[in-house]
Ligand binder design. Structure first.
Ligand code: BTN
Length: 222
């Protein structure tokens, strides 16, 4: 088992993980908390969580820098496998969806030193419906340490084989696959058809018959 740092309250498990890295703690390690006061998501968005209803944790690992592309998709897929809830969908690039409601998000942040990177993989999961917002939950208790063990084991294979190994399985769970949706990049929304993902984990869409590969933005409701 890897080192596990638990805090009653912390601003963000991501920030705490980076502070621990800066203070010389060896990777890999896990940071968990009961209460996150300044949780954040992608693009500087706030991440809402409630003690007892949400799980917030960060896993700090060293990975080859080339493994970063596709990592949030792979971690989303490993989370789906761990939950064993077939109805979960994976929304490109980093959301876990249940009945069209976001029940989890993944935030990948890294510091690269040449070909190796120190990576903090932040997971925020709504276990039970939140009281202060309309977000639904998994309706299942999840143990962060056990889930981390599962993700770490899966990452060993991911590191060796890359995202392409998971591409087909990811697409089978992909939210809005084959459907019309809106792709928003830098605030600009475009209506697209969701075609899948590339072997690197980039989004493949179709607009007026033309295929396009994107590494930016996010799919939002149509
Ligand atoms: C997103 O959907 O944009 C990603 C959300 C990630 C939230 C988690 S909660 C644990 C970790 N600490 C944070 O501050 N953020 C991540």
């Amino acid at each position: 088992m890897i080192s596990h740092f638990h805090f009653k309250s912390v601003d963000s498990t991501q920030d705490q993980a980076f502070r621990l890295i800066n203070s010389g703690v060896k990777l890999p390690f896990l940071v968990t908390t009961d209460l996150q006061t300044k949780g954040r998501g992608r693009a500087g968005r706030e991440w809402a969580s409630e003690p007892g209803r949400s799980l917030c944790f960060s896993l700090a690992v060293q990975l080859p820098s080339k493994a970063l592309l596709g990592l949030s998709l792979a971690v989303g897929f490993f989370a789906y496998k761990y939950f064993e809830i077939p109805e979960i969908k994976l929304k490109w690039p980093n959301d876990l969806m249940l009945e069209d409601s976001k029940i989890g998000g993944i935030l990948i942040e890294s510091r690269s030193n040449a070909d190796r990177a120190d990576v903090c993989i932040g997971l925020g999961i709504n276990l039970f419906d939140l009281l202060s917002s309309p977000y639904k939950g998994l309706k299942k208790k999840i143990n962060a340490a056990e889930m981390t063990e599962f993700i770490l084991n899966s990452l060993t294979e991911y590191e060796a084989l890359g995202f392409s190994k998971y591409r087909d399985a990811f697409e089978r769970q992909m939210w809005k696959l084959g459907e019309e949706a809106v792709l928003r990049v830098d605030g600009v929304a475009t209506r697209v058809q969701v075609n899948g993902v590339s072997s690197e984990g980039l989004l493949v869409t179709k607009t007026q018959g033309e295929l396009k590969v994107s590494d930016q933005g996010e799919i939002i409701h149509g």
